[in-house]
Structure formats: C-alpha cells, structure tokens
Design a protein around this ligand. Structure first.
Ligand SMILES: [Zn+2]
Length: 298
C-alpha cells in the first residue's frame, strides 16, 4: 500500500482573480481514491504556528493566518489569501512533515499537495504561500527525527525559496534541476543547482539528472529525501520550457527511486499547468503511483 497524505483543507474554494487551478488537489484525491486498497490514507494536523515561524517571518505568518496579507504580497503570490487559503497554507506543511515520518516508516509516502518552493521568508510568491518543504525540513532536523536530509526539487522552476530559506541550516542540503530561463528571473543558490537549456528532451534531461543527483546524494548522505515532483517539465506544460514526454516523467520517477537507493523519500506535488486540470492531476498521480511502485509499496 502506498501511504498518501491528504487534508480536506487542501481543496479550497478558488478565490476571485486567481489564475491558479484550485481544483487540482481535489482531482488528485479523486484519482487516488479510485486506486482503492492500493492506497492508505493519512490526515495531517495543521503545522503549529511556531514551526511556521521557524522558517518564515512571524509578521508574515500572522498576516497569512489572519487572512490580511497586503496587496503587494498578494500580487506576488498570484491569488488573495482568504481564510480558506490560509487554512490550506497551514495544512500543507503539516502534510509534508507527516509524509516524511510515513516515509521513514514505509520507505515512501506522498503528500497530495505541497512543493511550495517559491515562498520566501517574509512573503509568498509564484502560487506559494508557506514553503512546506523548508518548514518540514527544519522541523525534522530540529526535533531530531534525522540528522541529515536533502530536498530534491525537479520542478521546471528553480526552488528559489527553498534554497534561500534553508541556506546554512546544518544537516540540510538542497538540489534543484530546472529550466534556466524560466521563472524566477533571479535565482537563489541551492547547495547544488542544475540549470538546463530550453527544450531538453527525455534522454538529455535524465542524463543531466543522473549525472548530478548521484554525486550530490553520495556527498551529503541524507537519511531522508523530500522530493518536489513537479510535473511541469512536461512538453505540453503551459509554464514549462522543457520537452519531456509522459514516459520521460515516469522514467524520471524510477530514476529518482533508483538513485535514492533505499533512502526513505517523501514526495510532494509541485508545478503542473494547463487548461485541462484533470490531465494535470493525472500527471501528478502517475508520479505518485510510479514512485510507490518503484519503492515497492504499490
Ligand atoms: Zn514549477
């Protein structure tokens, strides 16, 4: 059985003036429900405020939780922070943290949301409110669950927020492989960045991933991997600049599992953009099921 983390608050009603596809997480839940007994469901607690504040500016945390984020930050996020969006923003890092604990128990677990890698210390950005990867990583280290962990980010956009928030944190290494010319224009510095040229196909992408991630993991020897499994490197993605096929994405997940080489891995979703939300959800679910199979859980 594949351990899946989902919270009802993930499925928030779309705020007005939002270009983000709000039904994606509900569709992911529905597609995974259709897998029946192959999936074991887990509901996270919202991340306690103190752990949000261990990564984000307490003033920004207060603005989000009270749903009174100033307009300049709202514009940067890409949608207004309503009370429902605030509840979602607090539930998602709880889910990534729970998925990490389940991964340590079962080898693999997936959060059906998260991967909010653009959120910075004092503001959200790029459809991200709180940085679930950074919050979970810091809590896992500080509570003593693991001594060393890695955040591996395969979203087509650089994990700039994650890199900035986790820089210099003992025991944490960050890896991002992304299209160099894509958002964000100003990149942060991950422990290891792998910038890619536009239009890369399956074989070139997978070679770049294997050639860089294998030595990264060998050097940092994480006891746990938090994996941002964005599906926006897909050729048909509205905001991607790479040219992976669906088969290429599946090969990516199997390669990630092989390179993890027995190190527990918790996946989050991440970017995936287009007009057909169901197609996007299918790509995220395919990533979760392929990873589950590769880790021997599915
Ligand atoms: Zn992305």
């Amino acid at each position: 059985m594949i351990a899946i983390v989902h919270h009802p608050a993930y499925v928030a009603p779309a705020p007005a003036r939002s270009t983000y596809r709000w039904n994606k997480n509900g569709l992911i839940r529905d597609l995974l429900r259709a897998e029946g007994d192959r999936v074991a469901w887990h509901v996270p607690d919202p991340m306690p405020q103190a752990w949000l504040e261990a990564v984000h500016d307490p003033d920004y945390v207060a603005e989000v939780l009270a749903a009174r984020v100033p307009p300049a930050k709202t514009r940067r996020i890409g949608f207004p922070v309503t009370p429902e969006v605030a509840a979602r923003a607090q539930a998602v890092p709880g889910g990534t943290w729970l998925a990490a604990h389940l991964a340590l128990e079962h080898g693999f677990a997936a959060n059906t949301a998260g991967g909010s890698h653009h959120a910075l210390g004092d503001t959200g950005a790029g459809y991200c409110v709180f940085n679930d990867l950074a919050i979970a990583a810091v809590r896992l280290i500080e509570e003593g669950t693991v001594d060393r962990l890695a955040v591996v980010d395969c979203d087509v956009h650089q994990g700039d927020g994650t890199a900035a928030l986790l820089a210099g944190r003992p025991g944490i290494a960050t890896y991002s492989i992304h299209a160099e010319k894509n958002f964000p224009a100003r990149k942060a510095r991950s422990t290891l960045d792998v910038p890619l040229a536009d239009g890369l196909d399956d074989d070139a992408y997978l070679a770049a991933l294997a050639d860089s991630l294998a030595p990264f993991l060998a050097e940092h020897r994480p006891q746990l991997i938090l994996y941002q499994a964005g599906v926006d490197p897909f050729a048909g993605d509205r905001l991607g600049r790479l040219s992976l096929t669906l088969d290429g994405l599946a090969r990516r997940e199997r390669l990630i599992a092989r390179l993890a080489a027995g190190v527990p891995l918790a996946s989050t979703v991440g970017g995936g953009y287009g007009d057909d939300a169901l197609e996007i959800a299918r790509r995220h679910v395919a990533a979760i099921l392929t990873l589950g199979e590769a880790f021997g859980a599915g």
